[in-house]
Design a protein around this ligand. Structure first.
Ligand code: SAJ
Length: 448
């Protein structure tokens, strides 16, 4: 066991976490909770100040996180800083900065590059650096090693150790997932593997699978591309069902009764900060390598088209009532990208609302979790010509539709997440158009 392994085992190793966002902050707090001294490096001054006052800057319901931040700040196990100089004595440095894609779906590594450039000059000899950000396969070798070697004037596995352990956090379950989800440990030497296993074993109570760097990069981007392709398949079946008078929700239920079938949920679109971008990281560089990639980009196109499909359903429904979007008042239910979340990143609702407004529609928005849209639903529904369900928030499932139909101007309900049923909607006086629900035949109910 080398000196650093011992310090990790004894929890005397000093840890730095670069990037105190959805990934970095729970990581930093969790290592501090088990007894490490942790310095969190953050570029947003207000974030640094908030955290150093023991307050969690992450919005939304993250069970346990606010209490933990307060505890580890009070115990001085964690502190946040703007200065890279503050982490010059750190033995372990975790990098958890954003790695988005740009408008051309190319990886945007500015934050990662900046972190490596700033870390290099202050990095202690023999430090262990671990990239937790999601990166395209090959980025560790092609970008991280050369940039960090240049900025630190040290060689990997001589002047520092380097690992890759992509995060697997999920909004709403940040702390829980960090501790209970398996992690893939990416290393290029046995020594680095042992140090990383020793480190993560302190906070991860699940399997630590050992792999090399490119495998950990592939696993993370693949697991999200897999989900995106599965959702796209469900969305394409929804379009077919609409065309032939089927109900995709019934089809999915019966398909999934077959062994080895796990059809995902069709819906009004795919948002968030992982699923829309990780498929592009997975396929990055394949064109230059002449690898014929078709399915993954096509799935992205299917999912990105779903908000437009919702606009078509709205147009159909209003047309049925002799109205059009340009002269309609439309209430959109759900602005977050995910049910019962306040997170609006890449929300499909934003795309829908933009298109409706471009068509001249008067759009009102309700979302019980998103500040600015928590108005009274019945008041917002007054005089509406269409109610559009974009997110399956629990609150909507308990709505009394007859209360809604009593206040709208025209009773039209467009349901992008099967929150309601056609029968339920029509009993309340609504004309109902459900995504993936064909000419909305009444539910077959042969009493056999
Ligand atoms: N969605 C569908 N149909 C589905 C599932 C999701 O339309 O069957 C839509 C959602 O409405 C949302 C988007 O896709 O707009 C993403 O939903 P998500 O459930 O995948 O939630 P995310 O974006 O928080 O994904 C994260 C990912 N976790 C990490 O990257 C570490 C993903 O791998 C997880 O599977 C997911 O959380 C999870 O299971 O909670």
């Amino acid at each position: 066991m080398n000196e650093l392994q011992k310090k990790i085992a004894e929890k005397t190793a000093k840890i730095a976490v670069i990037g105190l966002g959805y990934v970095g902050l729970p990581m930093a707090a969790s290592f501090a909770e088990v007894g490490f001294n942790v310095i969190g490096l953050e570029i947003r001054p207000n974030h640094v100040e908030t955290i150093n006052h023991g307050i969690c800057p992450i919005e939304g319901d993250e069970p346990g996180l606010a209490d933990l931040i307060r505890k580890v700040i009070e115990s001085a196990r964690l502190r946040a800083t703007l200065e890279y100089e503050s982490i010059k004595d750190c033995d372990v440095i975790l990098i958890a900065v954003e790695t988005p894609v740009d408008s051309q779906n190319m990886p945007h590594y500015e934050a990662l590059y900046g972190a490596l450039q700033s870390l290099g000059p202050v990095m202690k000899s023999g430090a262990l650096v671990i990239i937790e950000s999601t990166t395209a396969p090959g980025t560790m070798t092609d970008l991280v090693v050369p940039v960090l070697e240049k900025s630190s004037k040290k060689r990997v596995n001589a002047g520092f150790y380097l690992g890759n352990c992509p995060e697997r956090v999920m909004p709403g379950k940040l702390l829980k997932n960090l501790k209970t989800m398996n992690r893939v440990i990416g290393a290029d030497t046995q020594e680095t593997t042992e140090m990383m296993v020793g480190l993560y074993r302190h906070i991860v109570h699940a399997e630590l699978d050992i792999a090399d760097w490119v495998t950990t990069e592939l696993v993370k981007t693949t697991e999200n591309a897999y989900r995106d392709v599965q959702i796209a398949f469900a969305n394409e079946v929804a379009l077919i069902c609409e065309a032939v008078g089927g109900n995709v929700w019934k089809v999915r239920e019966l398909v999934n009764k077959s062994p080895m079938r796990q059809m995902h949920l069709p819906g009004a679109g795919v948002g968030g900060h992982c699923i829309p971008k990780d498929p592009w990281l997975l396929v990055h560089g394949m064109k230059e390598k002449n690898v014929p990639i078709q399915l993954i980009p096509a799935s992205r196109a299917v999912n990105d088209s779903m908000p437009s499909h919702m606009v078509e359903l709205i147009q159909d429904g209003l047309g049925y009532l002799g109205c059009e979007i340009a002269h309609a008042r439309i209430l959109v239910l759900g602005y977050a990208y995910l049910e019962d979340s306040d997170d609006t990143r890449n929300s499909p609702s934003m795309v829908l609302i933009n298109q409706l407004q471009k068509l001249g529609g008067e759009v009102l928005i309700h979302d019980p979790h998103v500040d600015g849209y928590k108005g009274d639903l019945l008041t917002l529904a007054k005089g509406a010509d269409a109610i559009v369900v974009m997110v399956a928030h629990k609150l909507y499932k308990s709505l009394e539709l007859s209360d809604l139909s009593a206040v709208v101007r025209s009773a039209l309900l467009i349901d992008g997440r099967a929150v309601f049923t056609k029968i339920q909607a029509e009993q309340a006086g609504f004309k109902y158009l459900g995504l993936g629900q064909g000419n909305n035949k009444l539910e077959v109910n042969y009493n056999i």
